[in-house]
Design a protein around this ligand. Structure first.
Ligand code: DCP
Ligand code: CA
Length: 402
């Protein structure tokens, strides 16, 4: 039985919430922007999009393109609470649910039809409940894999549903522009076009290795995705096989002190994820108590991307699993030194991920007194940050990045 994956994504999320609360805004060009001091468009109604308004565009540009639009500051706590209700509705259908941000999720509906009828009917049902309970429009895509379902839900917007039948994935993707694929942004799109590649169909037809040589592992995945092949499972929170974070720098750099401070920040993020004390590890708003057991990792992977987009990963698998920020940092720095020795090109992005996760506590006798102190310290910091916010405490090492 081929998998059945549903991707569901709320339409013009921030704007739609504002329209639910203030019906006078419905059917109008509405733009939410300027949230948390960023002067960029966060969300635009479809009426505003007719004037070429896009998320990420400076609000100043949006004002020039669409002077009659209604501009709103936005209310993030409100959107977060809508997001939680949206996720609650979805989790009523299946626990095999993976959230991808505040307003989108994948549901694995494989085998569902035996109990609940056709996947399209389940999707229609979910969309109707979201409409009734929250007053929001959600678009949905159904196919045998995540990437095709995500593209399908995007194509179905606004307020639509699109199913790609098993075996039709490649045909569906072929005519689409390369930027339709999640992960291909303006820069990668431009590079592909310089190579004469405009559609996903062209990517599918390229000789193997070509994209891998240019974009590394991502190039390989890109081609598989364009063929409609994506075997990534839907991963509910808490069952993640790996935990990772990455940071793209404001400008490419070879500065060792900067790279060290980035690695220290990433080690903290990943360490906190492992110890399950960070709300981002679960659905929005989920706290450490509900994310379940704390984990430790045996494999640490460093991802580096250079200024020319060349991307590599370097990994180490340890005999004993670790979970402190300091241990993660030390291993990541060893890997980083290896990367620096291999190539002397400015870095554009660094990422750390940990995998080979094990649950539960290691026998305490395995740890040195120093390690035990470090573990206690990390856990205390996690708790303080949960209570007083992420910025309430900072390690000296990460300070130079500010
Ligand atoms: N968002 C943001 N800044 C961005 C992109 C998005 O703050 N650059 C926020 C606002 C969006 C929400 O995340 O409402 C969801 O992002 P989407 O990309 O799904 O955009 P929308 O839901 O607004 O529109 P669409 O109908 O295309 O899904
Ligand atoms: Ca959306």
């Amino acid at each position: 039985m081929p998998p059945t994956i549903l991707h569901i994504d709320l339409d013009a999320f921030f704007v739609s919430v504002e329209q639910v609360l203030n019906p006078a805004l419905r059917g109008k060009a509405v733009i939410v922007g300027g949230l948390s001091g960023r002067g960029v468009v966060a969300s635009a109604s479809y009426e505003a999009r007719r004037f070429h308004i896009r998320a990420g565009m400076p609000v100043i540009t949006a004002r020039l393109l669409c002077p009659h639009a209604i501009f709103l500051e936005g209310n993030f706590p409100l959107y977060r609470s809508y997001s939680r209700e949206f996720m609650d509705i979805l989790s009523g259908f299946t626990p095999l649910l993976e959230t991808g941000g505040l307003d989108e999720a994948y549901l694995d509906l494989t085998g569902f039809h035996l109990l609940y009828g056709l996947p399209v009917d389940t999707a229609k049902n979910i969309r109707a409940i979201i409409r009734k309970e929250l007053g929001l429009a959600a678009s949905a895509g159904i196919s045998t894999c995540k990437v095709v379902s995500k593209i399908a839900s995007d194509m179905a917007k606004p307020d639509g549903l699109l199913e790609v039948l098993p075996g039709k994935e490649r045909e569906f993707l072929a005519p689409l522009e390369v930027e339709k694929m999640p992960g291909i942004g303006a820069k990668t799109g431009k590079r592909l076009k310089e190579l004469g590649i405009h559609t996903l169909g062209q990517i599918a037809e390229l000789p193997p290795h070509l994209l891998k040589d240019i974009f590394g592992k991502w190039g390989e995945s890109m081609q598989l995705f364009a063929l409609g092949k994506d075997d990534r499972p839907v991963e509910p929170p808490g069952e993640a096989k790996s935990i990772g974070h990455e940071i793209t720098f404001p400008r490419d750099t070879l500065s060792l002190s900067y790279l060290k401070s980035v690695l220290a920040s990433l080690s903290e993020e990943v360490g906190r994820g492992l110890r399950s004390a960070h709300p981002m590890c679960g659905p929005p708003g989920q706290t450490a108590g509900r994310t379940g057991e704390s984990k430790r990792a045996r494999t640490i992977t460093l991802k580096v991307r250079y200024d020319d987009f060349e991307t590599f990963t370097h990994s180490i698998t340890l005999r004993l699993a670790i979970d402190t920020n300091q241990e993660i940092y030390q291993i990541a720095w060893q890997l980083m030194e290896k990367a620096i020795r291999q190539k002397r090109k400015p870095f554009r992005l660094l990422g750390i991920s940990v995998s080979n996760l094990v649950c539960g506590e290691e026998q305490l006798s395995f740890f040195s007194a120093q390690q035990l102190r470090q573990r206690r310290l990390d856990r205390t910091v996690d708790k303080l940050r949960l209570k007083y916010g992420l910025d309430s405490l900072q390690w000296g090492r990460t300070f130079s990045r500010q």
